[in-house]
Ligand binder design. Sequence first.
Ligand code: HEM
Ligand code: HEM
Length: 179
Amino acid sequence: MTSEIKKKSYSLSTKLLHWLIAGHMIGLIVSGWWIVDLSFYSSWYYYAPSLHKSFGAVVFLIGLLLLLNKFRKRPPTLAGHTNLEKLASKFAHFLLFASVLTIPISGYIFTTFTGQNVSIFNTFNIPAVFVTSEKIRDLAIEFHIYASYGIAGVVFVHAGGALKHHFLDKDRTLRRMLW
Ligand code: HEM
Ligand code: HEM
């Protein structure tokens, strides 16, 4: 038996990073949707956007680490997926990787466009590097909104696919990301 066949699960670090990023992403989509409707008189009015930005920066960092793991560690092999399923999951993973990197960058661009730094958990600042035009800011905002709600749909299909493999096909697709 080759070592490739023996490898039944993702590495521990990939599993930890994956579930961390999944929780953060869901929290950020929900919190983003919530903060845009906050009243000026809400006690969360200043605090919630600041937390949203800080956790958004954390997602970017976890995304980089997960991507690094993808190149460093061989994924587990799994028989039984059709070619269409393999293609669909590759495409979904590509979109998920792209979103965890580009959505935070777009947030960074539109919040720093006047030269204002991003404070991370009130402990340190990410400096404003690209002081841009209002046109770029507007594009970044549009991207932030459409990409976030678009990726919510991809996450839904991605999670649904994993659950379908687990409960209907009864294969190791979900288990290899769990244990
Ligand atoms: C919410 C945001 C989520 C993001 C950003 C995300 C992202 C990703 C990425 C990038 C991969 C590919 C990992 C790699 O190839 O190294 C992946 C794989 C996987 N994810 Fe997620 N995921 C999310 C939520 C979920 C949820 C809710 C579930 C399950 C209910 C799930 C189950 C899985 C499974 C089982 C795999 C492995 C699939 C396979 O080996 O083909 N993910 N995810
Ligand atoms: C993957 C990470 C992120 C996700 C999924 C996300 C998602 C969202 C969503 C869904 C909204 C609501 C959009 C709307 O309905 O108008 C939003 C708003 C916002 N996001 Fe993010 N975000 C992320 C990261 C960031 C980062 C890193 C920053 C800043 C550095 C940021 C700054 C903001 C701000 C300031 C708003 C409010 C915009 C407004 O008032 O119109 N976000 N985000």
